[in-house]
Design a protein around this ligand. Structure first.
Ligand SMILES: Cc1cc2nc3c(=O)[nH]c(=O)nc-3n(C[C@H](O)[C@H](O)[C@H](O)COP(=O)(O)O)c2cc1C
Length: 197
């Protein structure tokens, strides 16, 4: 990097255009197989201490989306017989808005003393973010959601996760039906301080 890389703090670059599109505003078409593989090729280019590849991807598409939603709704109904129809319906629809949801699964290893779970989770989180950026670069909209199914043992069982695996994020991907509004962003100057020793 040379001094010529310096720039004004108001110059914008493509990375600044990233924003989420709400799942319910994501419709067909989603990425086809070849495009998904292309997106994932970007998503795997993440910093990875020890090159452990502490993540994997699970595709939820087609009828699996509604089937998963029905199973989640059944869990909610069983656990909370007083749950309102709106709550049940939210679970039923959870994975049915976007044509594609990629679960980024963080893979832990309790026997790996060198790379702690925190670093593995951070790498999986980077993969989530890289996938968001790749999707937007190819003209799709995307958003990173979790919600209770990410943290629930029974829901994780439905996804086939092993005991040492966690959901880092559900990445919903599709074609935006509306232009997502920009939101206020933090001023980086207020977040930066200087170490003085
Ligand atoms: C780990 C993680 C989990 C998230 N889970 C949810 C969620 O379940 N529901 C939600 O509305 N937003 C969730 N968000 C926030 C959205 O992905 C998104 O960042 C937010 O709507 C702001 O939009 P932006 O990405 O354009 O800043 C989550 C973000 C992260 C990093």
């Amino acid at each position: 990097m040379t001094a010529s890389a310096n720039t004004s703090d108001t110059q914008s670059i493509p990375l600044d255009l990233r924003r989420s599109v709400p799942a319910r505003q994501l419709g067909e078409p989603g990425p086809d197989d070849a495009t998904l593989h292309r997106l994932l090729a970007s998503a795997v280019r993440v910093p990875d201490h020890g090159k452990r590849v502490p993540f994997r991807f699970l595709r939820i598409a087609g009828p699996a989306r509604a089937a998963l939603g029905e199973a989640l709704a059944a869990i909610t109904r069983r656990r909370d017989p007083g749950a309102g129809e709106a709550a049940i319906d939210k679970d039923r629809q959870r994975f049915s808005h976007a044509p594609l949801v990629v679960v980024v699964v963080a893979v832990f290893d309790p026997d790996d003393a060198q790379i702690p779970d925190q670093e593995r989770l951070l790498t999986a989180g980077c993969a989530c973010f890289a996938l968001l950026q790749a999707a937007q670069s190819f003209g799709f909209g995307a958003c990173w959601l979790t919600g209770w199914p990410a943290y629930d043992d029974e829901a994780r069982g439905l996804l086939g996760l092993a005991a040492h695996e966690r959901v880092a994020g559900f990445i919903h991907i599709g074609t935006p039906s509306l232009e997502a509004p920009e939101r206020e962003r933090p001023d980086p100057r207020t977040l930066l301080s200087e170490l003085v020793l």
